[in-house]
Write a protein that binds this ligand. Structure first.
Ligand code: FEO
Length: 395
């Protein structure tokens, strides 16, 4: 795009992003913007610093950079911050007011206080005019994704208005094609959805408050910090975020997630799936031994009901179920109905534990627990009554 240069890194190798599976890789997007003044926006993960520096040098001599904006301090964006500084003798550093503190909290061993003391901490509505009709307005968006996060909105009298959105509207999606309309929209939306579920879901209340602020800006382009940039499908991604942050979804579906030791909990899972499906309600079933919890939580975000099953092992939860529930509890899927089920031999605590954990995040869990002892008899797998109750709760 005119006067905006991509200088980030496309990471085709990454398959685990702090515990989140990135089946399609990711990108760490950074940009140079040229007006009368030159602006650098964000950096890349530290291992890719040399690549990033060379990208800058292909556009300009780094010493010509006048401003260096850090929209967010998480190290996928700021990892190269200390390294690039020595190439920027003439740049004024800019971050949100909270970003200044967070930069210091990260890089105090590498950078002296005199640098942090000179960073310009900006607040909502502060502006930066870089000439040639280009003007930035800064909008902090605390907790989307960290307390320091902000977006930088650039109006351009001679071209399109651009929102540099950092984590917001991103996708972990490695592609050398920069624009939404150059890639498969279905894949991008899948990855945007998974990104929201795994990174932003528990921040939905804050996102609901921030979206109107961002949505009223006359945005024509969104330059994200992960994945593709949006130019043709901005209304669609804004609409998706509006729905996701309210816990609204297109259909009433059921997610069944479980693990099994000797097959009995799985018999319950399959019988429940069959009964629910007989009622015309879509069901997805995940056995945690074979499933990836980043994918499962994406389904949990979309489902109306979450049914979790575990055998009782050592008087508690099966380890994979405990791990999944810990992840789900942190991400807090909204507006859900829940049901706990499982098998046991003599003590049978797992089902109550499941129910208790789900209730902690306001999931409306059925009081009834499905518990089968050792191997269930066929009549114990008749779940018509409890499915009736589940469907009633789903509304
Ligand atoms: Fe992509 Fe919160 O960092």
């Amino acid at each position: 795009m005119k006067d905006i240069y991509y200088i980030g890194y496309v990471d085709f190798e990454v398959r685990n992003f702090h515990g989140y599976s990135t089946h399609r890789g990711s990108t760490y997007n950074a940009y140079l913007v040229k007006g009368e003044k030159t602006v650098l926006i964000d950096t890349v993960k530290r291992p890719y610093f040399e690549y990033f520096l060379n990208n800058i040098k292909e556009v300009c001599d780094p010493s010509e950079i006048d401003y260096f904006i850090t929209n967010h301090v998480e190290m996928d964006h700021s990892g190269s911050f200390p390294l690039i500084l020595k190439y920027l003798p003439n740049a004024e550093l800019i971050a949100s007011e909270r970003g200044v503190d967070v930069l210091k909290a990260h890089f105090h061993e590498e950078i002296g206080d005199e640098v942090f003391n000179k960073i310009r901490g900006v607040k909502e509505g502060d502006t930066l005019d870089i000439g040639n009709g280009k003007k930035f307005t800064f909008v902090p968006i605390p907790m989307i994704h960290w307390p320091d996060s902000m977006v930088s909105f650039m109006t351009d009298e001679n071209s399109k208005n651009v929102l540099f959105s950092n984590d917001a509207f991103g996708q972990h999606y490695a592609t050398t094609k920069r624009w939404d309309d150059e890639n498969d929209l279905c894949e991008i939306m899948q990855e945007a959805e998974k990104y929201y579920a795994n990174i932003l879901l528990h921040l939905s209340g804050l996102i609901a408050k921030a979206l109107p602020k961002v949505g009223t800006l006359p945005i024509e382009i969104i330059c994200t910090s992960h994945g593709v940039c949006w130019r043709s499908h901005i209304p669609e991604i804004l609409e998706k975020y509006t729905k996701w942050c309210k816990g609204e979804f297109d259909e009433k579906s059921v997610l069944i997630v479980y693990d099994t030791m000797w097959g009995s909990t799985e018999k319950v899972a399959k019988a429940l799936a069959k009964e629910i499906n007989h009622r015309g309600i879509p069901v997805k079933r995940f056995k945690l031994t074979n499933a990836d919890y980043s994918d499962v939580i994406t389904e949990a975000m979309k489902a109306k009901a979450i049914l979790v099953g575990s055998p009782t092992l050592n008087n508690g939860l099966y380890p994979s179920v405990a791990e999944y529930l810990s992840y789900q509890r942190g991400l807090k899927p909204m507006n859900k109905v829940g049901l706990a089920f499982g098998s046991y031999g003599w003590s049978g605590q797992a089902t109550q534990e499941i129910a208790n954990i789900m209730k902690e995040t306001k999931i409306d869990v059925l009081d009834e627990l499905i518990k089968v002892k050792f191997v269930p008899k066929p009549e114990e797998l008749d779940f018509k009554e409890i499915v009736d109750k589940l469907i009633e709760k789903m509304g």
